[in-house]
Ligand binder design. Structure first.
Ligand code: NAG
Length: 255
């Protein structure tokens, strides 16, 4: 009897601890493009990036500021745009040198650089290289404090079939989990060097965006590209996958 209940408890524990299935994985480079807590860091300001709407909240158009967490991760925007419901809000486990981080990161946005070039490239290229885009705070934690100096770092990742944030418009986005909080921890940084290697999806896009002005956070279709107004400039955010086009006008999606 004693043995049976112990065995049953052990089995339950084993089930509870079993790994969630992996829906996507890869390796490449991590960069940063926003920060809710440290708006001015690395000799730059994230003021405009923070005002950008996250791709996974295309219905309610929540900005990074409104999401109010540094744990949003941007992934290959082509992959995300092709099937947002498969990835949005899902947990991302990031590994550095094969060591898994326990940061409660989740997919929330699209990254243009992460969807350009070869998915198997192991060479850093600011215009296109596989990887993920993070908050500055998270990249600084993953890199052990060298986010500003290095601008990018080698990572690998797994996207798990585990929803930790609901983008479906329910009042509280964070799925409650015992013993874990969805909010990012603030890690003060003494770094101040200006990164020379960093090019985020948003800043890359801004430099090539058309010059027509717009009001911040508005969206539009431009052929098969979803564009968002960031800093009064139309900025490409998502390129629809082959066979899909941008539809929906000011509330666009790929179909
Ligand atoms: C991005 O995703 C698309 C669609 O899944 C894929 O074809 C492409 O190789 C990916 N690009 C990178 C750089 O990972």
């Amino acid at each position: 009897m004693m043995f049976q209940s112990t065995a049953a408890a052990g089995l339950l524990l084993a089930i509870g601890a079993s790994a969630q299935s992996v829906i996507s994985s890869g390796q490449g480079f991590g960069t940063y493009y926003y920060d809710i807590d440290q708006v001015d860091a690395c000799g730059t300001t994230f003021e405009y990036q923070n005002q950008g709407g996250v791709m996974c909240s295309s219905e309610t158009l929540l900005s990074l500021n409104q999401m109010d967490t540094n744990y949003i991760v941007a992934m290959n925007n082509t992959q995300l745009g092709a099937d947002p419901s498969q990835y949005c809000g899902k947990r991302v486990v990031v590994s550095v040198n094969g060591q898994k981080s326990d940061l409660q990161l989740f997919i929330g946005d699209g990254c243009q650089r992460c969807g350009t070039g070869s998915s198997s490239s192991d060479t850093w290229n600011a215009e296109g290289a596989p990887g993920l885009d993070f908050s500055y705070t998270v990249l600084d934690q993953l890199s052990g404090g060298s986010a500003c100096n290095d601008g990018h770092m080698s990572i690998s990742w797994e996207i798990l079939d585990e929803t930790i944030y609901n983008f479906d418009g329910s009042s509280s986005g964070f799925v409650s989990r015992s013993g874990s909080s969805g909010t990012a921890t603030v890690q003060p940084s003494a770094q101040s060097a200006t990164p020379t290697t960093m090019r985020t999806s948003a800043s890359t896009a801004q430099s090539t965006a058309s010059s027509s002005t717009c009001s911040d956070n508005a969206w539009q279709c431009n052929d098969n590209v979803l564009e968002q107004c960031i800093g009064t400039t139309w900025t490409p955010r998502v390129t629809c996958a082959a066979g899909a086009s941008c539809q929906g006008g000011s509330n666009p999606y790929c179909l």
